[in-house]
Structure formats: C-alpha cells, structure tokens
Design a protein around this ligand. Structure first.
Ligand code: ASP
Ligand code: MG
Length: 467
C-alpha cells in the first residue's frame, strides 16, 4: 500500500513521542508499505511563534530572543532524547541550529523595525514545522530507515498568496509533488513533509490556515495517489459521543466524509474540514488511527457508507459556550433579503455562525455564535440594522450549548426529529432553537449549557449508540 501518515503536535510533543512516532512508521514501512509522513509542529510551538511575532512587532527584543532560544533548546532536547546514533544526531542538530538561528534573526529583525507584515508573520509561524520535520526524519534514520525532510514548498505544494489561509493550486501542486516524491517512495525512502506551510509560485512562504497539517496530508495524498491517508491521534478513533460525558460511547468503524464534516462543524475533534473537503474531492480514503494502539483499524472515513438497518444516527456531538442572538421585528415579514444581510454583516466581522434558523412567521432570525463572538455580533448587527425599520431588536442570551445529532441514515427517515424532541421533553430539557441542515445529515438544537451532558446521554441511549 501507499500511505500518507500525518502526526499532529500532540504526537510529537517531546523526544519520547518522536521516538514513538518513529517506531510506528517503522512498523508499517517494514511491512513493505510505501510511506510519506506529514508532521505538525511540536505541541504549542505555533502558538509560541504567533506570540513571539506579536511581541517582535512591539519591539520586545529581549522577549523574542528568549522565545527563540527556548524553542531551540526544546528541539535540541527532543532530538537528543529521540536520536541515539551520534552521527545522525550531529547532522540533525546542525540542521536544527541553522533553522533556529534564522528564526532568531528574523524575529530580531522584525523587533528592530517594529513592523510585522502579514508575509513576515506567515514566515515566522511556519518555523515550528520547519523544525519538526528534519527532527522526525533524523529519528527515522536513527531507526534504520531511509528518510529525507521537505518543507511543503520543497515537496511541491504551491499556493495563492492569500497569506495566513493560502489555497493550494492543485494542478501544479499535484504535478510537482508527484515529481519530487514518487521516485523516493518507489525506492522506499520516507519523505517527511512539514505540514501547514507551502509557497507561492514566486517562492514566498505561505501557511494554509491554523490546524492545516491535516490539509497538507490530503494534498500530498491526492498528489501521490496514496491508497489511504492515516491521521494519527491519541484517541482510539471517532466516537459516538464524547467519552468524557458518555461512559459507553463507542468507536465508529466507518463514516462518510459528509458525516465527518458535520461532526467537525459541531465541535467533534475530527480532521480539519479543508482536509476532508479535499479528500472527498479526490476520493481519497482517510483513517483515524491511535498512536496508543497502532494495530487497531481505527475509524475509516470514505465517500459513501452503507446505512445499516436501524442505524439512523451515527453520533451525538456538542459545542459548549454558545450565545444565542435573536434579530426580531414585526416588519421583517416578506423582506427576503434580511437573512442574507445578517449573514453578510457577520461574515464581514469574521464571526463564525454555528446555526441559523428563521421562524416560519418570519418574526425573527435566530443565530448561534461561539461565545467569544457574541457581543461583537450583537453590536455589529445593532449598528447596521436598527435604523433600517425592518428590525426592532437584536437581543443576546448566553450560557447555552448546541447539541447535534448526526447521521446519513436520517435522510428520508421520518420521525427522527420527533424522537429527538420527545427525548428532550422526557428529560425536561427546554429547547431554545432548532435547525436541520438541508442535507438532512444533522438535527441541531440549542439548550442551556447545564443540560448538555444530560441531553447527550439521553440521546445516546435512545438511539442505542452505546457499546
Ligand atoms: N502547527 C499548525 C497549528 O498549530 C498546524 C497544525 O498543527 O496542523 O495550527
Ligand atoms: Mg490538528
């Protein structure tokens, strides 16, 4: 098999974990599988870099010098813990030192001028992956494998110049990645590619959005036509509900891209939605595997999953800390453009809308917004709409959460909504707003945050999702 394996920051948080990742790769590569690896930065490093970039823009030279030195020390220590062969270690440290020196100079340069451009910020926050990939390649060599490190750009990923959320240009990318990686894979060399970073056609480094290493794995997988992409995590796989809330939550064997995207939207830690979107487009099967139980099959994410009889619902998920915004006004009736306007205002303010519903009398529009954005959303809507006569009031209520019931089997199965709401009524849980996606893959609703666990457990029981 040809596989792309992606390891996140938690899986490469320290030297021992790098070593563990090395043994996992070794296990599969040793069986004759062709493996390409995509790695994130070590845990929390990207956040440290974002902070260092901001401090640099405030001319805090001492702060950024210390941040750069601490990061260098952390990577050096991890390499010394994970790599035993002296020659391999020396070579790895040499590469890490050179990159850390570059980081320090860049940060001090920014601090000297006190100006952080979007381009220089992107350059700074990509250092985590520029350090973790050579470190991991060193570990693989130490374990007797042939391996070479690449930045996303070196591997052939080309993006537009939309700094911070650059979009890969897939045609060129697929061609270039194949040219650079195919020969290596055929010779059992394991390329270790930095996730998250890429470059423009002019060679300017870009990043593809926070949490973007999953996306890199999809892009690499689509390019080298891998049989599967394996995303390694420290959980067993995707669960029918949060196991911290529901004791008998069970691992899901297989799920469709569409279902996984719904779960990701409603707060489940799955795979980055952009990665799923790309994988769905190129029909690239994904698998979520556990670093603590590598031999288990994990959860497979594929284009279509057969809906088994009786299994209408696949998982229950929830997002805590949501604000409910209600835009109301008697004269909203027959003003079809208002919902679009409301959404446009929120998009302009970069506020995420989790759920929207409009009452059929058109008396009001209800929106669920993550707590951080609640007041900002209310202010923006008031400023733009209150003078317009269509709208009488924009109100906000906090302390809520969203529960979502997800499953492709719900499509065309009547009575699921009734069952959900009967269960809530039995538990005496008051529902504040309801929405169903037109895809019929989910029913989501808002309740008081304090009722969340009770609601999730009751639905998990009622739909018999437990093990
Ligand atoms: N290191 C990047 C981030 O923290 C990308 C990733 O981890 O996927 O956002
Ligand atoms: Mg991630």
């Amino acid at each position: 098999m040809r596989l792309v394996m992606k390891f996140g920051g938690v899986s490469v948080a320290d030297g021992a974990k790098f070593r563990k990742v090395g043994t996992i790769v070794h296990k599969f590569a040793g069986k004759g599988d062709q493996v390409a690896v995509v790695t994130s930065a070590m845990h929390s490093v990207t956040n440290t870099l974002v902070d260092a970039a901001n401090q640099a823009s405030r001319k805090k030279k001492d702060h950024v010098r210390k941040a750069a030195e601490d990061l260098a020390e952390r990577h050096r220590k991890a390499a010394e813990e994970a790599i035993r062969d002296k020659a391999v270690l020396a070579k790895t440290l040499e590469s890490l030192n050179a990159t850390c020196e570059d980081l320090k100079n860049v940060l001090l340069g920014i601090a000297h001028i006190g100006e952080l451009t979007p381009r220089s910020k992107d350059y700074v926050i990509g250092f985590g992956e520029r350090l973790s990939a050579p470190l991991l390649a060193g570990v693989l060599q130490d374990l007797g494998m042939k391996s070479a490190a690449f930045t996303g750009g070196e591997a052939g990923i080309v993006t537009d110049d939309n700094v911070g959320a650059a979009q890969p240009l897939m045609n060129v990318t697929m061609l270039q990645v194949r040219q650079s990686l195919d020969p290596l894979l055929d010779e059992a060399v394991i390329p270790v590619i930095s996730g998250f970073i890429a470059q423009t056609q002019e060679g300017i480094q870009t990043t593809i959005g926070r949490g973007g290493s999953d996306f890199t794995a999809s892009v690499i997988g689509a390019s080298v036509r891998s049989d599967e992409v394996w995303v390694w995590k420290d959980v067993d796989g995707l669960m029918t509900a949060n196991p911290k809330m529901v004791k008998d939550a069970k691992m899901i064997d297989s799920i469709s891209f569409a279902e996984a995207m719904e779960l990701a939207h409603f707060g489940a830690e799955v795979v980055h939605p952009k990665a799923l979107e790309c994988a769905a487009k190129y029909k690239l099967p994904f698998r979520i595997k556990s670093v603590t139980a590598p031999e288990r099959p994990g959860t497979s994410i594929v284009s279509e999953v057969k809906v088994r009889d009786g299994s209408v619902v696949k998982a229950i998920t929830n997002i805590n800390d949501v604000d409910l915004i209600t835009v109301s006004g008697a004269s909203m009736v027959g003003t079809p453009r208002l919902p679009a306007k409301v959404l446009q205002i929120l998009t302009d303010e970069e506020i995420d809308v989790l759920l929207i519903s409009q009452s059929s009398s058109e008396e009001s529009i209800t929106l669920a917004i993550p707590k951080e954005g609640g007041s900002k959303a209310q202010n923006a809507l008031e400023l733009s709409l209150l003078g317009s006569k269509q709208v009488r009031e924009v109100s906000m209520e906090g302390g809520l959460s969203i529960v979502a019931v997800v499953g492709a089997g719900m499509r065309g199965t009547p009575g699921v909504a009734a069952r959900v709401f009967t269960t809530m009524a039995k538990e005496d849980i008051n529902i504040r707003a309801i929405a169903q996606g037109s895809s019929e893959l989910n029913i989501s609703f808002m309740i008081r945050k304090k009722d969340t666990e009770k609601a999730v457990r009751a639905l998990h029981d009622d739909f018999k999702l437990g093990g």
